[in-house]
Design a binder for this molecule. Structure first.
Ligand code: NAD
Length: 370
């Protein structure tokens, strides 16, 4: 038996509802697997601004750093929309990413076959469901490179003065590339063993370095089949053959764009989990892809499945309990195949539409039976 410390950040809007559901599911996992989860609730986001005057109080950060993993609901809402950047609820996310040194963002785009009618793609393209893991580098590249805005003295070839000129520089070091590629290879080993490295190596020097580093470390993972794909092609292949893709590893900006595209293929934002990881042995952060959904907060109808599936990732990546993570995924699948839905994933013909609490109970019941 092991004891794990989990920092829970409910946050704002539906965050408290979906994290409470997920902790209930995790309690069931604990009692069935003989492990113990010690939950410590910490404040961050809008609620922390209201209570402590800052989005990420030092005490919250300390508890997060001392935990084995962090479970986050969502932060933000219209109440805080007019605050300046650094004082906004979202600053808590950036602060946590920075302080926990989370350099890998893993987003699962899962379309359960039971929900394939929710996908905007033609049914034959998603016949067997979709299960893609996008591994995005999170702390480097163009979003963190040198940037500037200055007045140019030059002209375009036709003589028009350029006016203001802005630049953002993409930089990647070998070490940064290698550590994110290793997350990609390791994840592929735990899945269907196919890794797609997405880049723009026909144009970008950084992409060519990504390829060199991939070729250097690939022999260490002989079971993983590796393909390189230009990002423009990858965005097309995601639509043409989403069912055949397994793990995609890519840079910060390409990952930002492709993970939204892949998420859209599933058609259900309330179903998408994510993980952000740092150096092995340090706490990872797990959260649904969706936001705080202020429009439905407090109504008891939020879909808790994205957060519950994020907890499954936590069991796999941070707590060393992959079988338990898989059981959560199976329980979710079983609930869906029995026809239970929350409003966001229900179609007009669905008759078993449940609220947050009832859906959580169904997942726990299904888990109990596995
Ligand atoms: P959102 O994801 O909160 O909501 C978009 C739509 O999806 C809404 O109609 C909402 O009701 C629905 N939805 C989202 N999650 C759902 C769930 N679990 N169950 C049922 N329906 C769900 O995105 P938004 O409206 O653009 O943002 C709202 C707030 O959340 C903003 O303040 C934004 O900054 C913040 N936000 C936070 C995070 C985060 O904490 N990681 C991420 C994105 C947005």
């Amino acid at each position: 038996m092991a004891v794990f410390k989990i920092a829970v950040i409910p946050g704002d809007g539906i965050g408290p509802e979906v994290t409470a559901s997920t902790c209930e599911v995790l309690q069931k996992v604990a009692s069935k697997s003989g492990n113990e989860f010690v939950f410590t609730e910490v404040s961050a986001g809008g609620i922390a601004i209201d209570t402590y005057g800052e989005p990420l109080p030092a005490e919250s950060l300390r508890i997060a750093k001392e935990s084995d993993a962090v479970l986050l609901g969502a932060v933000g809402g219209p109440k805080w929309d007019n605050l300046p950047g650094k004082s906004r609820p979202e600053a808590a996310l950036l602060g946590l990413r920075k302080e926990l040194a989370l350099y890998a963002n893993l987003r699962l785009a899962i379309l359960f076959p039971e929900l394939k009618s929710a996908s905007p793609l033609r049914p034959d393209l998603v016949e067997n469901g979709v299960d893609i893991l996008i591994v995005r580098e999170l702390t480097g590249g163009i979003y963190f490179g040198k940037r500037g805005l200055e007045k140019s003295d030059e002209c375009l070839p036709d003589g028009t003065p350029k006016g203001m000129e802005a630049f953002d520089v993409e930089t990647y070091s070998e070490a940064e590339i290698e550590r994110i590629l290793r997350v990609g290879f390791t994840s592929a080993m735990q899945r269907r063993k196919q890794l797609t490295v997405v880049d723009k190596a026909n144009i970008l020097e950084t992409s060519r370095l990504w390829r060199k580093v991939t070729e250097k470390i690939a022999p260490e993972y002989p079971e993983v089949s590796v393909e390189f794909m230009y990002v423009d092609n990858a965005s097309m292949q995601l639509l043409r053959r989403p069912g055949s893709m397994d793990v995609i590893v890519t840079s910060n900006m390409f990952g930002d764009i492709l993970s939204d595209e892949a998420g859209m293929i599933t058609g259900s934002i309330g179903m998408l989990p994510s993980a952000s990881l740092g150096t092995p042995g340090t706490p990872g952060m797990y959260e649904p892809v969706h936001g705080s959904a202020p429009d439905i907060a407090g109504k008891g109808i939020a879909n808790p499945l994205a957060t519950i599936l994020s907890a499954a990732m936590m069991l796999r990546y941070s707590l060393g309990l992959p079988e338990e993570g898989e059981k959560i995924e199976k329980a979710v699948r079983s609930v869906l195949s029995q026809g239970f839905r929350t409003t966001d994933i229900a179609s007009s013909s669905d008759t078993h539409v449940l609220g947050t609490k009832e859906m959580t109970e169904k997942v726990i019941e299904a888990y109990e039976k596995l």
